[in-house]
Write a protein that binds this ligand. Structure first.
Ligand code: AMP
Ligand code: ZN
Length: 466
């Protein structure tokens, strides 16, 4: 079962393996830290996390770089308005972003790189592009001349051969020779921060930071480049133009793009005001795992409509998964093993792999798990499920959770409800009465794992949370 991804560059499904030494070199465009990220942004970052975890489950090592855009027009505008220094302003939102990622169980990339710590690298790259005739200067700003890069448009599959002069395809407010040209370097403006460099004072444009940091920390050719679909054009197209003009090599072998999180038919976005931050949803009492599950449950190339009903269903799905795990761990099953169930578990494991391998089709992978749970629950009810079938079933849940990561409740001990603790204690007492001490010990260990401590007293069992 080969791992395949839809490559935006080739517009085809392609089999994926890293170019060398079993390590996936990948780059994802990070946040612009001017405000709290919303859960639309986190849909894309959750997709990146699911990809990371599936690549690891597939036996690859990861070298993943993500930038933090800590200088841009919005950041400067807000910092100036609040009379704050740039770093002072962005530090707050960088921390908020990292805290939110941790809450959503998004792994840190191997390297997280702030743009402002790489200004000299960017200046050097721009000078190299200038030496190779890819740029021009206007009013102290340096622009990339799109006409100097014949491959422009190959990622977005836009045809730029027609006359598009005058069409505004970029947000830069500076003078340009061609509407497609974009600023590599922006001249200092009154009251705005700037950096002195060998090229003169100014600040970098957004696009150059990704090219420079990806090449610096990964390679001239990446295995995978990631982002949301809104970055395909112009951002990623511009990254390709810069990078390939610098190195003469293909910038990335694979390009994967996540579709939008929508709200009532529109993209969730700051500018439309139709957004929720992670903190908004936590304050309304939704668990981080439910939000993570919701964002991960739809295949990344499909738009996902955000609703509170969807969030509630996600919470219910997690309950089913956790209850199933609890049942596997605490029920008493007849001795022996059932060959049919062994085959059922193997089949579900294979279906989970098949779903994830087919361009991370999380919906198919989840369907495989839930069909399995339904079948096994009825096998448990009828007595067909045997004690010997438990380890393989737990193994499948472990595989599931190595990617989806929702089984462990947030906040440690607070996660296991009192009623569940009491039920487990009652089971342990029954096990002791039946002189099944091994089982009693297992339950005690399981409770301990959840942060619950048992004390045997004269008047019975007392328990407390760690
Ligand atoms: P930004 O901080 O604005 O640069 O965006 C960070 C990431 O979030 C980018 O990869 C965007 O493509 C992505 N993004 C923004 N809005 C949405 C949305 N509604 N759904 C999914 N991804 C989004
Ligand atoms: Zn980027």
């Amino acid at each position: 079962m080969a791992l395949r991804f839809y490559n935006t560059l080739s517009q085809q499904m392609e089999e994926f393996t890293p170019a060398r030494d079993n390590t996936v070199r990948m780059y994802s465009c990070g946040p612009t830290v001017y405000d709290f990220a919303h859960i639309g942004n986190f849909r894309t970052f959750t997709f990146v996390d699911i990809l990371r975890k599936w690549l690891r489950a597939s036996g690859f090592q990861l070298n993943h770089v993500m930038n933090v855009t800590d200088v841009d027009d919005k950041i400067i505008r807000n910092a100036v308005a609040q009379h704050k220094g740039l770093n002072e302003y962005t530090a707050v939102y960088t921390k908020a972003f990292l805290d939110d990622c941790a809450t959503l169980r998004l792994e840190r990339p191997e390297k997280l790189v702030p743009a402002t710590e790489h200004i000299d690298d960017m200046a050097a790259a721009i000078e190299k592009l200038t030496a190779a005739n890819h740029t021009y200067t206007s009013d102290g700003s340096v622009y990339f001349r799109i006409a100097s890069f014949p491959g422009y448009g190959k990622l977005s599959h836009n045809d730029f051969s027609g006359n598009i002069a005058g069409a505004r395809v970029d947000v830069d407010e500076y003078e340009k020779a061609d509407a497609r040209d974009f600023a590599l370097w922006k001249a200092p403006k009154e009251g705005e921060p700037f950096w002195p460099t060998s090229m003169g004072p100014g600040r970098p444009g957004w696009h150059i930071e990704c090219s420079v940091m990806a090449i610096k920390y990964l390679d001239e050719t990446l295995d995978i480049h990631l982002g949301g679909v809104d970055l395909i054009f112009p951002h990623h197209e511009n990254e390709i133009a810069q990078s390939e003009s610098l190195t003469g090599k293909p910038f990335s072998r694979f390009w994967l793009h996540a579709e939008f999180l929508m709200v009532e038919g529109q993209k969730m976005s700051k500018s439309l005001g139709n957004y929720f931050t992670l903190r908004d949803l936590l304050a309304r009492g939704y668990a981080a795992e439910a939000i993570r599950y919701l964002l991960a449950s739809a295949p990344y190339r499909k738009q996902l409509n955000f609703t509170f009903d969807g969030l509630k269903s996600a919470a219910t799905a997690i309950d089913r998964l956790r209850n199933f795990k609890l049942r596997l761990e605490t029920d008493r099953f007849p001795a022996g093993a059932n060959l049919e169930l062994a085959a059922r578990t193997a089949g579900a494991t294979q279906a989970f792999h098949a779903g994830m391998n087919e361009d991370l089709n999380t919906a198919e992978a989840l369907a495989a798990i839930f069909e399995y749970i339904r079948d096994v629950n009825s096998a448990m009810d009828s007595g067909a499920f045997r004690a010997g079938d438990v380890p393989a079933a737990l193994e499948l849940l472990k595989l599931f959770d190595s990617v989806f990561d929702v089984l462990q409740p947030s906040g440690g001990s607070a996660g296991l409800p009192d009623a569940e603790v009491e039920a487990l204690i009652a089971e342990r007492t029954a096990a002791k009465k039946a002189r099944d001490f091994a089982r009693a010990d297992r339950i005690r260990g399981q409770l301990l794992e959840q942060g619950i401590i048992l004390e045997d007293t004269k008047s019975g069992i007392r328990w407390k949370r760690k």
